[in-house]
Every structure is written in structure tokens, then in C-alpha cells.
Design a protein around this ligand. Structure first.
Ligand SMILES: [Zn+2]
Length: 130
């Protein structure tokens, strides 16, 4: 696989690495800003140069909500499910799901990524207690 396209909002590298149990994001080569979602230009300095870089898969729960309605077919069997915004230590805020918490709304809790298969072909990062 090659990921050498200099300008891209293609996020396939993120998903390919997640399937291997790694979190990677684009880091701006000009100002070092780590960004998500993937973009062809840095939102901080507008430079187009970037590298994909593995980050520590750790962060803090920033926001948390429980959904009682499935907005995608594969979620029907998970109702109720949570949608969580995790602020990673690298600065990226990533929408995900919390696993392994008994209490509701653990905002501020330290979490660490785990990688969970969804369907037959995708692996997604979810977060559990650090
Ligand atoms: Zn930048």
C-alpha cells in the first residue's frame, strides 16, 4: 500500500492502521498540529504537507450521550448505545464508544483505546478504562 499522495482527505490510512491495533493521524509538517478528520490542508496554518503518525491511544472522556434509537442498521442490536467524544492526549477529539464503564456519563475519566471488529470487514477504536 502507498500513502504518498501529498494532498488528501483520504482517511483510509486511519482505518488500515486501526485494523492493526494502532491509532494514526495526520501531523502537519509545518506546525506539528495533529488533525482529525483527515484533510488536505492544515486547519491551523493552511500548509499542505503532513505525515501520518502513530499516537498514544490514551485520552480523557470529553462528552458522553446514550442513544436509544439506531441511526444505522448495525446499531439496532446495541440499543441503548453510547456515543462518546474522547479528547486524546495528542489533542484530537475522536467520536467513539465507551466500553467497560458501569456508571453513566464518565466525563473526565481517563481512557485507552481498544480495537473492536464491527461487521465482517471493519475494525473501530473504542475506549475503555485506562
Ligand atoms: Zn499546520
Amino acid at each position: 500500500m502507498s500513502y504518498e499522495t501529498p494532498e488528501t482527505s483520504d482517511d483510509s490510512r486511519f482505518w488500515d492502521e486501526a485494523a492493526q491495533g494502532r491509532l494514526v493521524f495526520q501531523r502537519c509538517e509545518a506546525c506539528s498540529y495533529v488533525r482529525w478528520p483527515a484533510a488536505g490542508v492544515c486547519p491551523e496554518c493552511l500548509d499542505r504537507r503532513f505525515v501520518w503518525e502513530e499516537v498514544e491511544p490514551a485520552g480523557t472522556v470529553w462528552s458522553y450521550a446514550v442513544y436509544h434509537r439506531a441511526y444505522a442498521g448495525h446499531l439496532k442490536e446495541r440499543i441503548p448505545y453510547n456515543v462518546t467524544l474522547v479528547e486524546l492526549d495528542c489533542g484530537v477529539r475522536l467520536l467513539s464508544t465507551l466500553v467497560g464503564f458501569d456508571d453513566d456519563a464518565p466525563v473526565g475519566a481517563r481512557v485507552r483505546a481498544r480495537f473492536e471488529a464491527v461487521g465482517d470487514h471493519s475494525v473501530v477504536p473504542v475506549f475503555g478504562p485506562a
